[in-house]
Design a protein around this ligand. Structure first.
Ligand code: FES
Length: 169
């Protein structure tokens, strides 16, 4: 999981969860009360409506479920499908496994930072792209590799990024 800054957490805690989201969370908690694996199911469904799980939302979940916040954080940080950070419409995953790193992964990361102001865990200002660094996408022979959503782009050159990203509306 990418690093979450203290400023981000402070800002999120002070942010109020909108009333409509709060109501939906309450209903999700009620619908799952007493069911096996309720915490994971609740968090999955809540992420489905809020897109990600900021601290303010986790506090609300904790309040309704009466599960301590520390336990909720434990669940969220254990499963990779939960996200504490907002995700873009398209998630770019840049492979930084050994083969991809050696063959240009670092240059791809630098180009995304320079041209799109994107860093690992970050999101573009328009919310279109977010960036994640991953370890090996399983096609090392065709490195460097990036994935955008379910599309895998192989033998990517940093100079091709603009054209590749322009495919995503
Ligand atoms: S190291 Fe990148 S695909 Fe394996």
């Amino acid at each position: 999981m990418s690093q979450v800054s203290t400023d981000y957490i402070r800002a999120e805690i002070n942010k109020a969860v909108p009333a409509d989201i709060r109501q939906k969370i309450e209903k999700i908690v009620e619908d799952n009360r007493g069911k096996a694996g309720a915490a994971i199911r609740v968090l999955q469904q809540v992420q489905g409506i809020s897109g990600y799980l900021p601290p303010s939302v986790l506090q609300t979940v904790s309040g309704y479920t009466k599960i301590p916040l520390s336990e909720i954080y434990g669940v969220v940080s254990f499963y990779s499908f939960f996200s504490l950070l907002p995700k873009g419409k398209h998630v770019i995953q840049v492979c930084m496994g050994t083969s991809c790193y050696v063959k240009g992964g670092e240059k791809i990361m630098k180009t995304l930072k320079k041209d799109y102001n994107l860093e690992s865990g970050g999101i573009t200002a328009d919310g279109k792209f977010s960036l994640e660094m991953v370890r090996c996408l399983g096609c090392c022979g065709l490195s460097p590799v990036i994935a955008i959503g379910t599309d895998v782009h192989r033998k990517v050159k940093a100079s091709q990024l603009k054209d590749i990203l322009s495919l995503y509306k």
